[in-house]
Write a protein that binds this ligand. Structure first.
Ligand code: E4P
Length: 217
């Protein structure tokens, strides 16, 4: 099982990464903007180095640029930060070209912004390390997100044993559990979903009762 925390928020890192639950952290330009951070190598290098002080096996950061060369340049700069970096690349035509070049440099990649089952085929053919479907957004668009993810799993079972399905855009802890029960093993989710993992009212009440009893109340 691999869980990633989908945020660039330093307070969230300090709260959740020491729990030891997370294999790593994922970010993208939208997540950076949400934390008031610019998407530049000058900003990202010190930021991600601080994240690497936590016990994380991987940090996934997204390259940017409308042209292939820009994606490669920003991707290589991100990869140079640390061997634990994985470079996220949108699954566009330019993105796929960039992935081929990044792999030639020994850089690990995640193809992201994935909505359609055939994109899992593309990711497998590209030999990407991860492919990241947007579970919540697929549902937002009126499609059956569970069925879509299940079909992607089938594609990767048959065609892409090198490519790992990283389910993103998860908004509910219950969806995380259901997808895990269905066979998915790699997820990224926000600190809000991490909070849901500890919000079961019966557990909260049981823990409070233990404390009352321990205090002899
Ligand atoms: C992942 O790369 C995306 O940031 C994220 O999972 C999207 O989540 P959202 O659809 O809830 O914004």
């Amino acid at each position: 099982l691999r869980l990633f925390l989908d945020t660039a928020d330093r307070d969230a890192w300090s709260r959740w990464l020491p729990t030891g639950l997370f294999h790593g952290v994922t970010t993208n330009p939208t997540i950076l903007a949400r934390s008031g951070l610019s998407c530049t190598i000058e900003t990202l290098t010190p930021l991600l180095r601080r994240c690497l002080d936590y016990p994380v096996a991987e940090i996934q950061a997204q390259c940017w640029g409308t042209e292939t060369d820009a994606l490669i340049e920003t991707g290589l700069a991100l990869a140079a930060i640390d061997p634990r970096m994985v470079v996220k690349v949108p699954i566009t035509e330019n993105g796929i070209r960039a992935v081929a070049r990044l792999h030639a440099h020994g850089v690990r990649t995640t193809l992201t912004a994935v909505y359609a089952v055939h994109q899992a085929v593309t990711a497998a053919a590209a030999g990407s390390d991860y492919v990241a479907p947007y579970f919540g957004r697929i549902g937002d668009s009126g499609r059956d997100a569970f069925a879509t993810i299940d079909a992607m799993r089938a594609v990767l079972r048959h065609a892409g044993d090198r490519t790992r399905l990283l389910v993103a855009s998860l908004r509910q802890a219950d969806d995380l559990a259901a997808l895990c029960a269905a066979g998915c093993d790699t997820f990224t989710f926000s600190p809000a979903v991490a909070e849901q993992l500890f919000a079961d009212p019966q557990t909260v009440e049981a823990a409070a009762t233990f404390e009352r009893m321990a205090a002899g109340l």
